[in-house]
Design a protein around this ligand. Structure first.
Ligand code: NDP
Length: 285
C-alpha cells in the first residue's frame, strides 16, 4: 500500500512557517523583506508563473517588486535594472523569469545577480557551494524535493537514489543534495545504457525528464519512493508527470502526484530562499 506525498499540503504548512519567520524578521528589523521579480516580454506561461510568485509573496508577507519590460528591451536596459536591484538595500532576492527573449544573453544577465540575492540558486557561486557541501541558496525544485523526503521521514542515508535527468536547474543539484544527504547516487540521462536496470536499483527514484508517463511500472523496484518532477501534457492535454502514476503507484512506499506534488513546493521554496537571503544578508553571510 503506497502513501501519497502531498506537496500541496506540505507547501501550505511550510508557507505558514515561512510567514511566521518573515513576520519575525520584519518586527525585529523594522523593514519588510523584498523580492524583485523581473519579467521581460509577454510569454503567457511566464506571466502565470510570475503572477503565482507574486501571490505567494502576498501570502507569506514578503514585499514583491514587479518589473515588466517589453520583449524588445535592449540588453543594456535589463542590465541597468538588475544592477539597480543588486544595489537596493530593500531588495533581498532577485528573480529573472526564464526564458528570456532570444536576443538577450541570459547567462550574462543572470551573472549580474549577486550570489546573496540569487534566490533561484542558479549562480556559479551557489552551485559551487552546493557541490562542496557549503551553506548556500539552493535551487528551489530540488530543495523542495529534499523537504518532502525529510517531512515524510524517507531515509536517504545509505540508500540508492537514481535521478533521471541532468539539467543544471533540477537533475544536477538534485543529485548533489541527495549525495550530501548520504545517499548513493546515480545520475541518468538520454545516453544512459539500460536505463530500466538503473531505475530498478533505486530506493529513491527522481524523474526530471520532461516526457509524459516515461517511467513505467517495470522500471520501479517494490517499495521504492518515487518523486515525479515532470510537468507535461498527456494525449488529452491533461497535466501529468514523467511517471505513469496509475501503473506505478502500487509498487511504491511513497509517491508524489502530478499535479499536487513537487510543483507547489517549488514556489514555496522560493519564498523560503527569500527569507533565508534576508537573514543571511543581515548576519553578513
Ligand atoms: P531539461 O530538458 O533541461 O532536462 C531533461 C533531462 O532529461 C536531460 O538531462 C535529458 O538528458 C534527460 N532525458 C531526456 N530524455 C531522456 C530519455 N529518453 N532517457 C533518459 N533521460 C532523458 O528539463 P528540466 O530539468 O528543466 O525539467 C525536467 C522536467 O521537470 C520537465 O517536465 C519540467 O517541466 C519539469 N520541471 C518541473 C518543475 C516543478 O516545479 N515541478 C520545475 C522545473 C522543471 P540529456 O541531458 O542527455 O539531454
Amino acid at each position: 500500500m503506497y502513501a501519497l506525498i502531498d506537496g500541496k499540503k506540505l507547501a501550505q504548512e511550510m508557507r505558514v512557517e515561512i510567514k511566521s519567520g518573515v513576520d519575525g524578521f520584519t518586527r525585529k528589523n523594522g523593514r519588510e523583506i523584498g523580492l524583485a521579480v523581473v519579467l521581460v516580454g509577454d510569454d503567457p506561461a511566464s506571466q502565470v508563473y510570475v503572477r503565482n510568485k507574486i501571490k505567494a509573496c502576498e501570502e507569506v508577507g514578503i514585499k514583491s517588486f514587479s518589473y515588466r519590460l517589453p520583449a524588445d528591451s535592449a540588453e543594456t536596459e535589463v542590465e541597468k535594472l538588475i544592477n539597480g536591484l543588486s544595489a537596493d538595500k530593500n531588495v533581498d532576492g532577485i528573480l529573472v523569469q526564464l526564458p528570456l527573449p532570444k536576443h538577450l544573453n541570459a547567462d550574462k544577465i543572470l551573472k549580474l545577480i549577486p550570489a546573496e540575492k540569487d534566490v533561484d540558486g542558479f549562480s556559479d557561486e551557489n552551485t559551487g557551494k552546493l557541490l562542496t557541501g557549503k551553506d548556500c541558496l539552493v535551487a528551489c525544485t530540488p530543495n523542495g524535493v529534499m523537504k518532502m523526503l525529510e517531512r515524510y521521514g524517507v531515509q536517504t542515508r545509505g540508500k540508492r537514489a537514481v535521478v533521471v535527468g541532468r539539467s543544471n536547474i533540477v537533475g544536477k543539484p538534485m543529485a548533489m543534495l541527495l549525495l550530501n544527504a548520504d545517499a548513493t547516487v546515480t545520475v541518468c540521462h538520454s545516453k544512459t545504457e539500460n536505463l530500466k536496470n538503473e531505475c530498478l536499483s533505486a530506493d529513491i527514484l527522481v524523474a526530471a525528464i520532461g516526457r509524459a508517463k516515461f517511467i513505467t511500472a517495470d522500471m520501479v523496484k517494490d517499495g521504492a519512493t518515487v518523486i515525479d518532477v515532470g510537468m507535461n501534457r498527456d494525449e488529452n492535454g491533461k497535466l501529468c508527470g514523467d511517471v505513469d502514476f496509475e501503473a506505478v503507484k502500487d509498487k511504491c512506499s511513497y509517491i508524489t502526484p502530478v499535479p499536487g506534488g513537487v510543483g507547489p513546493m517549488t514556489i514555496t521554496m522560493l519564498m523560503y530562499n527569500t527569507l533565508q537571503a534576508a537573514i543571511r544578508r543581515k548576519v553578513g553571510l
